[in-house]
Design a binder for this molecule. Structure first.
Ligand code: 2YC
Length: 284
């Protein structure tokens, strides 16, 4: 998983409302409505201001990313929840969140980023939520993916979840990765998925792209009118790519956090192993 940098997140809090407008301009929905659409939940059924979210900074592994917790808090507030970053970190932060009666606790170490619902004992995961969000963005931008060929770049954790979700949406999925064996593993893991060993050729041959890789992509490879949904960090595209593409949807953190938030409110997980993808069960 690509670890965010302080530089990548530092101005999210000040930019968050323009990110929200940007999404509205591109997809016709603000973050709250987009996330509800992605989770197939009626926005009016959730009283977002009823929920209090705590974000707990976690010092394990490579440690705290300056601005990360504040950026998550800003995204959650844009959704209409009350939110605060705990004073304390780690276990003390979790106990502070509980004693402040937080309904949802967001916390991320180097491996996992989850939103734990303290009332329903369910949790949502950033990897799955990011994949769900960016597949949804691609579907909206393309007005439907059923029967259409979609290339996933990057067979990492977000790319793998995106392949599964795209298959469920009836897309014809191709996957490519600079490590061809990773794409091949998805081809053998999921019937119908096609691995394309030559990354550059794969990009040239596809108009619909979900880019879940950390690599830069030369605009010369992008087809005229390409529709690109790109959770990959850092941002992959140059001026040429932006000129050729019809639309490129990208943001560093808030879109995945928005879907995580709605998922943690609307999903209850029963006996789904933590490493499993979030179930599709949605409680109305
Ligand atoms: O500040 C903190 O609490 C750190 N422990 C946060 C570490 C986040 C590591 N993960 C990432 O940078 C990316 C994010 C986009 C979410 C998933 N991976």
């Amino acid at each position: 998983m690509t670890r965010l940098t302080e530089d990548a997140v530092k101005d999210i809090p000040s930019k968050i409302s323009s990110l929200d407008h940007e999404l509205e301009k591109r997809l016709g929905m603000d973050m709250r409505n987009f996330a509800c659409h992605a989770m197939n939940v009626a926005a009016e059924k959730i009283n977002f201001s009823d929920y209090k979210a705590a974000i707990v900074p976690v010092t394990s592994g490579k440690g705290i990313i300056g601005g990360f917790s504040r950026s998550v808090a800003a995204a959650v507030e844009t959704m209409g929840l009350r939110s605060f970053v705990t004073e304390a970190c780690d276990v003390a932060g979790i106990s502070e969140a509980f004693s402040s009666d937080a309904d949802i606790i967001f916390m991320a170490d180097d491996e996992r980023f989850i939103a734990l619902n303290t009332k329903t004992r369910s949790f949502s995961d950033n990897i799955w939520s990011t994949a769900k969000g960016y597949v949804t963005a691609l579907r909206i931008a393309e007005k439907g993916l059923e029967g259409k060929k979609v290339l996933v770049i990057g067979a990492g954790r977000v790319g793998t979840e995106a392949v599964k979700i795209l298959m469920k949406e009836g897309a014809a999925v191709e996957v490519t990765d600079i490590l061809p064996h990773k794409a091949k593993a998805l081809e053998s893991g999921f019937a119908g998925v096609k691995a394309i060993p030559n990354v550059e050729q794969a990009i040239k041959d596809n108009r619909l792209i979900l880019n879940a890789s950390p690599g830069l992509i030369s605009g010369k490879l992008i087809r005229e009118g390409a529709v690109i949904s790109s959770p990959g960090v850092p941002y992959a595209f140059d001026d040429e790519g932006e000129k050729r593409a019809k639309v490129i949807i990208h943001d560093v953190l808030s879109l995945g956090v928005a879907v995580m938030t709605v998922a943690s409110i609307s999903l209850s997980l029963f006996n789904v192993p933590a490493t499993e993808v979030i179930a599709e069960k949605v409680i109305p």
